[in-house]
Write a protein of this length. Structure first.
Length: 208
């Protein structure tokens, strides 16, 4: 395995104690994401993130109390949180396209760094209880709420909660399986296949 700290020492650093502004925060968060994508969550240290970002370790600890807190913020930073549902896209003609759009956005289609980060975090949650608690409280864990709202709207709110949850969770579960078990990067064509051959037929079956 590559030596993360040695690699990062090649970067120019600034004096510890320099105040962090919003732009600096983004540099640090991006540095954390890039390192996690390359080395994995468990191998990355606060020291390595600080060195890559050109910041002092003390600076990071003034902003985040621990690595899990920093990483939770980084996940929030790359998570597309959409509060508004475009229900005009949820009719029978556009439903499959809109579901594909939501899943593609959440799983970072076309963004290999993001998918690698999601894979590393997903496999680390069971071993890092602090990270698990923070991620579960983080809006990134609530992204499926929009998916659920769209499916519920398409069914005219006529399905029981258990069935609705099953249909909603199926797509994300299969995509996380793809990431975690096979380690393969998710392609949009795979999302389209899940939506058209599994999710849409299940929705249609509930309308019968």
């Amino acid at each position: 395995m590559k030596n993360i700290n040695n690699t990062c020492e090649q970067k120019n650093s600034i004096r510890p104690g320099r105040p962090i502004d919003k732009t600096r925060d983004l540099v640090i968060l991006n540095s954390a994401l890039e390192l996690i994508a390359e080395y994995g969550y468990e191998s990355v240290t606060i020291e390595a993130i600080a060195q890559k970002a050109g910041a002092g370790k003390a600076t990071l600890y003034r902003r985040w109390k621990s690595k899990p807190h920093l990483v939770a913020d980084a996940l929030l930073y790359i998570s597309p949180c959409e509060d508004h549902i475009e229900y005009s896209k949820c009719d029978e003609i556009n439903l499959d396209k809109y579901l594909c759009e939501l899943l593609s956005r959440y799983f970072g289609i076309g963004n290999e760094v993001r998918q690698k980060v999601m894979l590393s975090i997903a496999t680390s949650l069971s071993r890092d209880t602090e990270l698990s608690k923070l991620v579960n409280l983080n809006p990134i864990s609530k992204n499926c709420c929009n998916l659920k709202k769209v499916i519920e709207f398409s069914l005219n709110n006529s399905v029981d909660e258990d069935t609705l949850n099953m249909i909603t969770e199926l797509g994300p579960a299969m995509l996380f399986y793809q990431l975690i078990i096979t380690g393969k990067i998710i392609e949009k064509s795979y999302i389209e296949k899940i939506v058209k051959t599994i999710i849409i037929p299940l929705i249609e079956n509930q309308k019968l």
